[in-house]
Write a protein that binds this ligand. Structure first.
Ligand SMILES: C[S@@+](CC[C@H](N)C(=O)[O-])C[C@H]1O[C@@H](n2cnc3c(N)ncnc32)[C@H](O)[C@@H]1O
Length: 433
């Protein structure tokens, strides 16, 4: 029998089911893309990202339309209907194609007994239009706990944060300062017909008017530029890197900031890049190779210094801790489905543990930059406050910058629809003896 590939909506439904079961899109999308013909892949990607982005609103509608929830073994059809609703509400797809092909996908998923239900639900959805959201979770399409936490943490900004999280992020580049000036590279982009402008705060950043595949970027494969958000690029402006410094990037993968550090100062003594994840660490090497840079890579739990540290203290430490990633929801909308409120306390304790451990291996007179892509003070301002209570010797630097908001312990950037992601930075110095 000839191999019959699944229709792409059926593949999308399986991907969403995997996300609901705890896998990230970056884990489950690549194998799913490989099941499809190349011309269908961009559409699968757009549908999976879009359905995650609007999941809570679409799910609210679907639950209103279903008399009773589907049985657990039929859950994939719930996701198939969400995919179809996403297309009806947020895409240009012709309605008849969405309806017919979703019913076909239901059959391909081996659920012929549900084709009548799928057809009925989608026809009613098409006829009646989208219902009013029943609550803020549906209105802003975020999990209820996230809406509440943001409302509580950011009484003047929560709606803007939620709206920004639902927009598509711009594509931003970091020019490799060892190879090009930003102005030169902007000229090369213009010659290549790619419209772009300099970023406002990051000195080597360029924001594209619309995203392009990286192979269209002049000399990308040769290391001219990297894709990196503007807020992430700001780390090097805080590290005050000087020739001869020994630098540690304690949570390095996939290496965006390791490479930014090496590009900022060509004469560092050594950069050590650590990551706990054996799966993610090779990505650091790939990025270094493309940019023709060198760092010492170690796979380890950075906090367990006996496991990896050679006893030589560091002049500079970047601690870009694992976090809720609530500042980058617009780039990773699956965070809305994956993250739980109960994740935050354990994350905060990992963050404080890493900060304590890194402090011990910072040279007197050295500087540590603490970074997260979270917008929750529990992982940001309050971590630094808790740390300073334990380490009264630590000097907290006052960051007088034109970006972000002053949080007393550091600066918080909130996601901006026109530019950078949400990020937090604090800078600590160890007094010289
Ligand atoms: C926010 S990401 C780092 C992003 C990276 N700095 C960049 O700019 O490309 C956090 C990283 O910390 C790693 N990680 C988590 N816990 C760790 C630990 N205890 N020690 C070292 N790395 C850890 C994760 O595997 C993840 O790659």
């Amino acid at each position: 029998m000839a191999y019959q590939p699944l229709p792409f909506r059926a593949v999308a439904a399986n991907v969403l089911l995997a996300v609901e079961q705890g896998q990230s899109l970056s884990q489950c999308l690549p194998p799913a893309l490989n099941q499809l013909a190349p011309e269908q892949r961009p559409q699968l990607q757009a549908i999976c990202y879009g359905t995650c982005r609007w999941f809570h609103r679409l799910d609210d509608e679907l639950r209103q339309r279903l008399k009773k929830p589907l049985r657990k073994p039929d859950r994939v059809i719930h996701h198939l209907m969400l995919v179809a609703l996403f297309q009806l509400r947020y895409s240009e797809q012709a309605t008849y194609a969405v309806l017919n092909e979703t019913v076909e996908a239901c059959r391909a998923l081996d659920k012929p007994h549900l084709t009548g239900l799928v057809n009925g639900v989608l026809r009613a959805a098409e006829r009646e239009g989208a219902p009013e959201p029943r609550d803020d979770s549906s209105r802003f399409s975020h999990p209820a706990w996230m809406v509440e936490k943001l409302r509580h943490n950011w009484p003047d900004h929560w709606e803007a944060i939620l709206d920004a999280n639902n927009q598509q992020a711009p594509m931003t580049l970091r020019v490799n300062a060892l190879r090009f000036t930003r102005d030169d590279y902007l000229n090369h982009l213009q010659e290549a017909g790619i419209r772009a402008r300099p970023t406002r705060f990051a000195p080597n950043g360029i924001q594209l008017e619309s995203p392009v595949p990286v192979d269209r970027l002049p000399w990308f494969a040769d290391g001219a530029v990297s894709v990196q958000d503007e807020a992430a690029q700001l780390c090097t402006t805080l590290l005050d890197l000087q020739p001869g410094h020994r630098v540690l990037d304690a949570c390095a993968a996939p290496g965006g900031k390791t490479c930014a550090i090496l590009e900022t100062c060509g004469e560092l003594a050594e950069v050590v890049a650590i990551d706990e994840s054996a799966e993610r660490l090779p990505r650091v090497q790939e990025n270094l190779d493309r940019l023709d840079l060198h760092a010492t890579l170690k796979q380890a739990d950075a906090a367990n210094i006996d496991q990896w540290w050679d006893g030589q203290a560091f002049d500079r430490i970047l601690l870009d801790v694992p976090c809720s990633a609530t500042g980058v929801v617009r780039r990773h909308p699956d965070i809305k489905l994956l993250r739980r409120e109960s994740d935050i306390v354990p994350l905060a304790s990992i963050q404080l543990g890493l900060l304590d451990a890194m402090w011990a291996i910072l040279k007197p007179g050295g500087r540590l930059v603490y970074a997260t892509c979270s917008v929750f003070p529990q992982e940001n301002h309050r971590i630094i406050q808790r740390f300073l209570k334990q380490q009264d010797q630590a000097l907290l630097l006052n960051l007088d910058k034109d970006w972000g908001q002053d949080m007393q312990t550091g600066r918080q950037l909130l996601p901006d629809p026109d530019s950078h992601d949400g990020f937090f930075y604090a800078v600590l110095e160890k007094p010289a003896p």
